[in-house]
Design a protein around this ligand. Sequence first.
Ligand code: MF3
Ligand code: CO
Length: 248
Amino acid sequence: MIFVKSEKEIDLIRESCKIVKETLEFVGSKIKAGMSTKEVDELVERYIRASGANPSCLGYGGFPASACVSVNEMVVHGIPDHDTILKDGDIVSVDVVADKNGYHGDACRTFCIGKVSEDVKKLVKVTEECFFQGIEGLQAGTPLYDIGARVQRYAESHGYGVVRSYSGHGIGREMHEDPSVPNYGRPGTGVRLRAGTVLCIEPMITMGNWRTKVLADGWGAVTVDGKPAAHYENTVVVREDGVEILTL
Ligand code: MF3
Ligand code: CO
C-alpha cells in the first residue's frame, strides 16, 4: 500500500533528509585515500548523532553499521570494515539513511578517490544524470514505471548495465515502503503516482553486465563480471506539478 504523506509528515521527512544531505557533504569533504571504509562509517555515524538523529541502517535487518560503503565493483550494501582501505583511483558509494523524528531520509553519493580513470568518472557522472533523467516530467499522475524506463534508456544509451536485483522505494515511517521503484521498466505502465508520495529514486549502474551477486557476509552485492558500479540516490516528494528533491 502506497501511503500519501501529509505536509506535516513531509516536513519531518525533510528534516531527516537535510541531515542526510549534510552528512554526505561532510563525508565528501573528508573522504580520501588511506581511509578505511570503517572510518567513513564513523564519520557518518558521528555526524548523524551530532545532528540529533539516528542512523537508520544500524541494526536494520541486522546490518552492522551506520552507512553502506561500497567500493568499485561493489554495487550496494558494503559493510564498512577496518581492512578495506580506500586508494587512489577508487570510487566509493556512501549510502546514508537517518531518522530524526520517526521519519527517515535516504540518499547516496558515489565519491571519486584521487585520480580516477576517465571511463570510470564518466560512469559516476552518467549515474547521477540517470537520477535526473528518471525524475524528468515526474509529477502527480505519472505512471510509476516511467521513472525506471527513463533511467534505463539513458544508462543503456551509454552502454551501461542497469542493476535489477535492487530498486528504489517509498520512504516514511519505514525506511522501505511501497512502492518498489525499479530502475528499468516499460514506459506508461505502473500505478499513477499521487501528489504527496515520497520516493527514493536510486539508479545503480554498472560499467559492464548488470548481474550482481551477494558476498558471503550476506550483504555486500558485487557485479558478477567484476566491473565497477556507481549509485546515486535522492529522496523526493511527488507534487502536482513536479518533484521536490529533499536531499539536495
Ligand atoms: N539506503 C539503502 C536503500 O536505499 C538501504 C540500506 S540497507 C541497510 O535502500 F540495511 F543497510 F540499511
Ligand atoms: Co534507498
